[in-house]
Write a protein that binds this ligand. Sequence first.
Ligand code: NDP
Length: 295
Amino acid sequence: MNIDSRVSGKTKLVGLIGNPVEHTVSPLLHNTISSKLGIDMIYVPMKVEKDGLMDAVSGLKALNFTGFNVTVPYKNEVMKFIDDISKDALLMGAVNTVKIMNGRLYGYNTDGEGFSRSFKEESGTTLKDKKVVMLGAGGAARAIAVKLALEGAKKITVINRTVSKAEEICQLVNNNLHPVAEHYGWDDVEADVSLEESDVIINTTSSGMFPDVNGYPYPKPINFSARQIVYDVIYNPSKTRFLEEAERCGCTVINGLGMLFYQGIYAYEIWTEVKLGEELLKDIFSQFRCITEST
Ligand code: NDP
């Protein structure tokens, strides 16, 4: 009989709270890194019911957790229970990573940073001075819009089915960061013009995500041009209809796996205060891609 000695009384505890959590790939990422680095830490997904958020957060504190990730639908609601929230997370209106130190809870948002790192690594360019169109205006869009403004995008156009939500994100960016954001609804002709003139187009909607694989984030086909970089925050399927069409037009296409990967890496670094090297990251990312594409 083999003795399983992975967990002991000294093992540091981290995890994920959300609902649902059944399909999360985060434990694969975090536990693989800990094994590779020989760090005695374990990551567990924890499903939290609607009325249980406050109890869950104080429970994790009482149980001496090192920290935890927060996913849908609690990224905003959890902010009520955090002692110190980073400036970025406050602007983004969402916390996805919490560190617990000396009984205090520190909240961060690593989604925007994850997007930006993935964009730079996978496109080979930066967001500075780019004209960017974002389709969608939900939680992911808000985090990305804040990051785009912080990284010096020249223009941010938010187009959403529900136009008031696009307007809200633009107000947030224009009033708190730089006056570079504008919004349109699906029926505005300016929306088509912005799409044509942009350097980067990002799908931040959930349209096209499994099982809605025929979904498309815009009510008509987009006239992509080969010079554009087209990013989809969706990673399942690995190539959405949106990305397939952009690729057919010769665009550089990137899916959301890198964003997912790097938001997890930043969380890991926040908890452990260990900076992961480039070579190690490349190695883990290629393994992560294989694992997620086969699950
Ligand atoms: P939200 O529910 O906050 O926002 C959803 C957005 O999608 C809204 O703008 C909504 O428009 C739009 N939308 C939904 N259905 C349609 C449709 N059929 N046609 C057009 N627009 C539609 O979700 P999130 O922002 O949290 O997540 C969005 C996507 O991003 C998800 O697929 C999620 O998995 C992915 N994601 C990926 C991450 C990564 O690391 N790669 C991180 C976070 C999210 P309306 O306002 O009109 O309802």
